[in-house]
Design a protein around this ligand. Sequence first.
Ligand SMILES: Nc1ncnc2c1ncn2[C@@H]1O[C@H](COP(=O)(O)OP(=O)(O)OP(=O)(O)O)[C@@H](O)[C@H]1O
Length: 236
Amino acid sequence: MTVDALPVPGPLLEARAIDRSYGRTPALRAASLAVTAGEILAIMGPSGSGKSTLLHCLAGIFSPDTGEVWFDGRRLDTLNDARRSELRRTAFGFVFQFGRLVPELTVADNVALPLLLGKVRRKQAYQRAAGWLRRLELDELGGRRTGELSGGQAQRVAIARALVTRPKVVFADEPTGALDSLTGEKVMDLLVGLARQEGTTVILVTHDPRVAACADREVMVRDGRITDPYAGEAVR
Ligand SMILES: Nc1ncnc2c1ncn2[C@@H]1O[C@H](COP(=O)(O)OP(=O)(O)OP(=O)(O)O)[C@@H](O)[C@H]1O
């Protein structure tokens, strides 16, 4: 093979001119964004500007009304619901503002759950979950119900649950929004440190410039359009 014939690595995840409205309220207008593998990207912008809608479209939770979403060389937005859920379960991990753990289950159960849903055998799922709990310094808490955790502990469990399947992309929507600043900083250090060790791409929605500073790159969403945070111009 000559050097000319080598494939050029493209973006891992890309939104191409996506529009999305809720009834008559436009949330995204021709928003375009390309994220490379291993990149840690912060999406910033005022309240109601379209950040969460963008994250949901990139993660295949919502489909845009027009435009395209590509993941790993495949069109994501036109996959049927079953294939999109399968992709989300195998290739993506999620960390939300309030953890969204299952409160009746233990910490270890919550972390093992994505593996069990992926048909990993029980013993192996719990071994892998235990490994992640150690990495997040949560091994003492494996038997505790998640409804009994502090906010910072719950977010560490959410990070373990997001990474346990070794996803290609972790989507984090205000992961430190419910935490005090010191705890938030620790949670971000853990998320970013582990993502870098694993080569995981992270797409992070945040209001907090200190959280965004942990990322490799920032984009700004204003009125449903993605702009360069410094130049204030639409990114193409
Ligand atoms: N379920 C919904 N029904 C109707 N309108 C919605 C819905 N969700 C979002 N919107 C509207 O779409 C626009 C973008 O909302 P979105 O939640 O994406 O913004 P955001 O930047 O994430 O906001 P915030 O920072 O406050 O969470 C806003 O005008 C919002 O009011």
